[in-house]
Ligand binder design. Structure first.
Ligand code: AMP
Length: 149
C-alpha cells in the first residue's frame, strides 16, 4: 500500500504547531487531539521540525524548572526524516524501526501533506491481513464468505 492511500483514508487534516509556541501549548494540543507528535510549521507553511511527547518527557526529566520558559523551537528535532506520498508503507515502517521513532511526516515539494504514526501502519497492516483472510476463505469455500471472522 502507498502512503498516499493511507493518507487518503486518514483524511486531509493534520495538526501542527508554530516553533514559537510554548511547550505547554504543544502538550495541550497533543492531549486534546490524543496524538503523540506535532510537525512544527512556520507561518509560510515550511516544515522546520517535529516535537513528540518523548521530547517533552525527556526535557521535563532534565530541566523541569525551565518548562515555563521554553518554546517548541528549543527542544524540537530539526533534522527530519520524511516520506513522500509515493513511498510504500512498508518502507515507512522500516524507517521507523531503523531510526527508533514512531512518526514520519509526509511531504510534497517541501510542504507538509500529513504524518504517519506507527499506529497508522499497524492499523493498515491489520486491515490488509483481514481483507486477505477474507479473500482466501472465499477462495477455499468456493463462494463469498458470510463475514464470520
Ligand atoms: P517518537 O518515537 O516519534 O516519539 O520520537 C522519538 C524521538 O525521535 C524524538 O526526539 C522525536 O523528536 C524524534 N523524531 C520523531 N520522528 C522523527 C522523524 N521523522 N525524523 C527525525 N526525528 C524524529
Amino acid at each position: 500500500m502507498k502512503v498516499s492511500d493511507l493518507l487518503g483514508r486518514k483524511g486531509a487534516r493534520v495538526s501542527t504547531i508554530h516553533p514559537e509556541k510554548s511547550l505547554r501549548s504543544a502538550m495541550g494540543v497533543m492531549i486534546d487531539e490524543k496524538i503523540g507528535a506535532l510537525p512544527v510549521v512556520c507561518k509560510d507553511g515550511g516544515l522546520v521540525g517535529i516535537i513528540t511527547e518523548r521530547d517533552i518527557f525527556r526535557f521535563l526529566y532534565h530541566d523541569i524548572d525551565a518548562f515555563g520558559k521554553k518554546v517548541v523551537a528549543d527542544i524540537m528535532t530539526q533534522e527530519l526524516i520524511v516520506g513522500i506520498p509515493e513511498d510504500d508503507i512498508e518502507y515507512i515502517a522500516e524507517v521507523m524501526t531503523k531510526n527508533r521513532f514512531r512518526h514520519v511526516p509526509i511531504v510534497e515539494k517541501e510542504y507538509l501533506k500529513g504524518i504517519l504514526s506507527i499506529g497508522d501502519i499497524v492499523k493498515a497492516r491489520t486491515e490488509d491481513t483481514k481483507a486477505t483472510n477474507r479473500y482466501l476463505m472465499e477462495y477455499i469455500s468456493g463462494g463469498p464468505s458470510l463475514g464470520i471472522f
